[in-house]
Design a binder for this molecule. Structure first.
Ligand SMILES: *[C@@H]1O[C@H](CO)[C@@H](O)[C@H](O)[C@H]1NC(C)=O
Ligand SMILES: *[C@@H]1O[C@H](CO)[C@@H](O)[C@H](O)[C@H]1NC(C)=O
Ligand SMILES: *[C@@H]1O[C@H](CO)[C@@H](O)[C@H](O)[C@H]1NC(C)=O
Ligand SMILES: *[C@@H]1O[C@H](CO)[C@@H](O)[C@H](O)[C@H]1NC(C)=O
Ligand SMILES: *[C@@H]1O[C@H](CO)[C@@H](O)[C@H](O)[C@H]1NC(C)=O
Ligand SMILES: *[C@@H]1O[C@H](CO)[C@@H](O)[C@H](O)[C@H]1NC(C)=O
Ligand SMILES: *[C@@H]1O[C@H](CO)[C@@H](O)[C@H](O)[C@H]1NC(C)=O
Ligand SMILES: *[C@@H]1O[C@H](CO)[C@@H](O)[C@H](O)[C@H]1NC(C)=O
Ligand SMILES: *[C@@H]1O[C@H](CO)[C@@H](O)[C@H](O)[C@H]1NC(C)=O
Ligand SMILES: *[C@@H]1O[C@H](CO)[C@@H](O)[C@H](O)[C@H]1NC(C)=O
Ligand SMILES: *[C@@H]1O[C@H](CO)[C@@H](O)[C@H](O)[C@H]1NC(C)=O
Length: 457
């Protein structure tokens, strides 16, 4: 069981004494292809030392107390493989992505389905979508990557909630979960992104209609503004979404920006989506790449106070990837985005000098190792290095008509009613009591991890 902050704080203290020798530095030349590949190889190796899913007695793709992080790991691995050509981890990647997909192929695996949130499931859907778009080969016995993304999409649009706020995705799926009565940016912006990507890959307009619907709803709520381009973290159903929890997290901006980039590309260059991309991108750079810290990517809410939890350490990595995809999908943004990715990657490399073995820290803007250590730090460093590979490969994500051959199943997940709104009203008292016990366990181990929205908002 993980106690956010405490474990890291103690380790950080204990290890602070060991960090002064920078002998294990990653020597990164940001304009050199091989140099970037080498840096990514180093951080990916360290990242995979935390992954036990292919060892006897362990479950592929499973991280017991932080299930969604498996998707963040596999997202990083997919891009690592695609941009470097290194296939070392592909088997584990394929097996893990498949193993956690659940009986219905929608990332509601029974071991986790009773306490995961819409955002957790959505991130696995994005990983499957990325696999399809980067032409990671489908498995011969199992679900295709595209159908897994469709499975997540189908189960989630069935949960679209009109009981308050005239629409929107709840944060959580189950009434007993803390956050069930909230609607938040990452769940809505995440599904918006997934819908936009499905629209572009399949050229099926029904996905685009949903993307637009989620976008419209987000604008009508306090979560997203198309005048200031502020993205708030959450809003509460108890007051019909009239107030906002305005904590500023980079991934909330990033996911709406990424979705808008796909819509821009899908629409063959609509000016409406272009201004959305530019607005969100500008705000992201202004806010999370502060010039006062050298224009280096910084999760500003938690880094200066060293209070980032595992989730929050991953946000920069996710957004680095999304910026690199945006640069390819919206070519006019490329020359703006690339210098930011370069500056941050150089700083990240300087942070990867811990323990004489290239351990990466959290605060890239320190340009030195800061004493933190963990899988999340390694994932984010991998992502910022790999994001810089767009200098050498501008092919971008494919579609079904430009080389993507992942098999489509537009109805996947539709039979999984285990968590649709209709089913929820049928939960019996007995079920709830049992579930409540699980929740007590969940509260101890998970709310601290996943509660960043609640506590942040
Ligand atoms: C680097 O050293 C630290 C401290 O000994 C250790 O915890 C970590 O696993 C090492 N990383 C690698 C990739 O060997
Ligand atoms: C798990 O995969 C790693 C490569 O990432 C490999 O070094 C290791 O031997 C594998 N373990 C087993 C038990 O297959
Ligand atoms: C980009 O990378 C992909 C995957 O490795 C490869 O198929 C493609 O040929 C590359 N494109 C260029 C222009 O190098
Ligand atoms: C679910 O958990 C059980 C018990 O730990 C394990 O044996 C099984 O492989 C898990 N199933 C999946 C799909 O992860
Ligand atoms: C689909 O494309 C991938 C990548 O190009 C290739 O490895 C795979 O064999 C193809 N699958 C089929 C069924 O054609
Ligand atoms: C989104 O809102 C615009 C007006 O701002 C409207 O024209 C459009 O039909 C709406 N689309 C959907 C799918 O709700
Ligand atoms: C901003 O959103 C509102 C509400 O959806 C819409 O009516 C308006 O046209 C949008 N403005 C721009 C500049 O897109
Ligand atoms: C974009 O252009 C392509 C090629 O002309 C066309 O097939 C597609 O339908 C267009 N997409 C939209 C949303 O108009
Ligand atoms: C984004 O910033 C650029 C450069 O500062 C500016 O030219 C552009 O108008 C801005 N776009 C939006 C939508 O705010
Ligand atoms: C869409 O993205 C591709 C890269 O995948 C790019 O080549 C193309 O120019 C983009 N389309 C538009 C309209 O910008
Ligand atoms: C859903 O259930 C129906 C009826 O049992 C079946 O015909 C259909 O193939 C199922 N769809 C999926 C995607 O499993």
């Amino acid at each position: 069981m993980y106690l956010p902050g405490l474990g890291r704080g103690l380790k950080s203290l204990a290890l602070a004494l060991l960090i002064s020798n920078p002998a294990g530095a990653i020597d990164l030349t940001i304009t050199d292809e091989q140099s970037i590949k080498d840096a990514a190889s180093t951080t990916t190796y360290a990242m995979m030392t935390y992954y036990k899913g292919n060892e006897t007695g362990h479950i592929p793709g499973a991280f017991a107390s932080k299930w969604w992080e498996g998707s963040a790991l596999f997202l990083a691995l997919l891009q690592y493989w695609y941009f470097t050509g290194d296939t070392t981890y592909n088997e584990e990647l394929s097996v893990g992505l498949q193993w956690q997909s659940g009986d219905d192929g929608d990332y509601m695996p029974s071991n986790y389905s009773s306490y995961l949130g819409n955002d957790d499931q959505m991130f696995w859907g994005l990983a499957a979508m990325t696999a399809a778009e980067l032409q990671f080969a489908d498995v011969t016995d199992g679900f295709s990557w595209l159908s897994l993304a469709q499975g997540v999409y189908n189960t989630q649009i069935n949960r679209w909630d009109t009981t308050a706020c005239d629409g929107g995705m709840r944060w959580q799926i189950w009434p007993y979960e803390s956050g069930y009565t909230m609607k938040n940016a990452i769940s809505n912006g995440g599904l918006f992104q997934l819908a936009a990507r499905l629209a572009r890959y399949t050229n099926d307009a029904s996905y685009a209609t949903w993307a637009k619907k989620i976008w419209n709803w987000s604008l009508s709520s306090p979560l997203l503004s198309n005048s200031t381009w502020n993205v708030a973290d959450s809003t509460n159903m108890d007051d019909d979404c009239s107030t906002q929890g305005d904590t500023q997290w980079s991934y909330n901006y990033g996911t709406y920006m990424m979705g808008a980039a796909y819509m821009y590309n899908y629409t063959n260059g609509s000016s409406e989506w272009l201004s959305a991309v530019n607005g969100l991108m500008n705000k992201t750079f202004d806010h999370f790449f502060p010039t006062s810290n050298g224009g280096i990517f910084e999760e500003v809410v938690c880094e200066p106070s060293e209070s980032c939890n595992d989730n929050e350490i991953l946000f920069k990595g996710l957004v680095s990837s999304w910026l690199s995809f945006t640069a390819l999908l919206v070519p006019s943004t490329y020359s703006t985005i690339l210098p930011y990715l370069q500056t941050s990657a150089k700083a990240a490399a300087l942070s990867c000098t811990g323990h004489n073995n290239n351990t990466c820290g959290v605060r890239w803007y320190k340009s030195e190792y800061d004493g933190w250590i963990g899988m999340e730090e390694q994932i984010s460093a991998t992502n910022i290095f790999v994001a810089n590979m767009i200098q050498f490969n501008t092919s971008g994500p494919v579609t079904a008509t430009t080389g993507g051959n992942s098999t489509s199943n537009p109805t996947q997940g539709e039979n999984d009613t285990s968590s649709s709104t209709t089913q929820q009203s049928k939960i019996t008292t007995g079920d709830r009591a049992g579930a409540g016990i699980l929740t007590v366990v969940f509260v101890v181990g998970w709310v601290g991890l996943m509660g960043f929205t609640v506590f942040g908002g």
